[in-house]
Design a protein. Structure first.
Length: 308
């Protein structure tokens, strides 16, 4: 039996930082209004999905002490590919100088957890090290004059190197689901811009995150008291707080970085995980709850035991 562990991590964000006050210059809004409703204070905008992914991947490889030649496959979670055809993963593969399979996953904001589960499957059947990346340039598909959406989105990327280990490894359990009948709540058609029914997304998101997380914890034989850190998708601080409260996970065991990055879709969980790692919040043997939801609707949770 072959399990997985994470050996390296890295992020990339555009240099351009847009604060709430910057937003208020051109939109009918204010810093106070945005912070109260979303928890966001600033976001990074710009770049390309492949460019950010390459930068994050290179940082993760350096962290793991691996070269591109040592990586067997690359999995890229994104809702904002550089083009419709081809997928963006091969561009990233070429950009970092590796060989092997490379493909995109589009599960919206759940993409990184979907990707982690997919990578675990690849490794279980014989793959060597895999690069898993979440990279987004949501500002490219956003009407920046639409106050409801423009204040939320951010651009960025996060990557991890996932390696095989003998035995069960770090992924203790997972839960993955989708409901296509809810597509209309959060979508972007070809050539269009993002649309979101905020109230309905909020209501559905809290429910599915809680249900998914509870199932993942039950499958791992764990309770809320056993979760060292909850690393959620950074959609809205109110959703994070509501889900954590219902799960019985206190605020000091929840990672929140939405104030600095905004909603970066599939990049948000690796950005949050990186923040927890570099700030010493993750320790050997910790049980991490990674959980996200997004358009589709999709949702997924994973319990990951950190093994340094």
């Amino acid at each position: 039996m072959r399990g997985i562990r994470i050996t390296g991590w890295g992020i990339a964000v555009p240099d351009k930082v847009v604060t709430n006050d910057d937003m208020a210059v051109r939109l009918d809004t204010s810093d106070e209004w945005i912070v109260e409703r979303t928890g966001i204070r600033e976001r990074h905008l710009g770049g390309t999905t492949s460019g950010l992914a390459i930068e994050a991947a290179q940082a993760a490889l350096a962290s793991a002490g691996r070269t591109p030649e040592e990586i067997d496959h690359l999995v890229l979670a994104t809702t904002t590919p550089d083009s419709i055809v081809p997928g963006t993963a091969p561009t990233v593969q070429h950009g970092i100088g590796m060989r092997g399979g490379a493909f995109d996953i589009n599960a919206a904001c759940s993409g990184f957890v979907y990707g982690l589960i997919t990578v675990a499957g690849l490794i279980a059947v014989g793959s060597g090290p895999v690069l898993l990346i979440g990279s987004e340039t949501l500002s490219r598909i956003t009407d920046m004059d639409d106050r409801k959406i423009a204040i939320i989105v951010g651009d960025g990327a996060g990557a991890v190197v996932v390696e095989p280990v003998d035995g069960p490894g770090g992924l203790l359990s997972w839960n993955m689901n989708a409901d296509g009948s809810l597509k209309h709540l959060l979508k972007c058609e070809h050539g269009g811009t993002l649309f979101m029914d905020g109230k309905e997304v909020f209501r559905k998101a809290v429910r599915v995150v809680v249900e998914s997380a509870e199932r993942a914890m039950a499958d791992a034989g764990l309770g809320p008291e056993d979760i060292s850190l909850m690393v959620p998708h950074q959609a809205n601080v109110r959703i994070i707080q509501a889900a954590a409260q219902r799960l019985g996970i206190p605020e000091d065991r929840t990672v929140v970085v939405i104030d600095r990055y905004g909603n970066t879709s599939s990049a948000s969980i690796p950005l949050a995980l990186n923040d927890a790692l570099v700030n010493g919040r993750v320790h050997d043997g910790d049980n991490l709850l990674l959980t996200g939801f997004g358009g589709g609707m999709t949702w997924a949770s994973a319990i990951f035991r950190w093994n340094a």
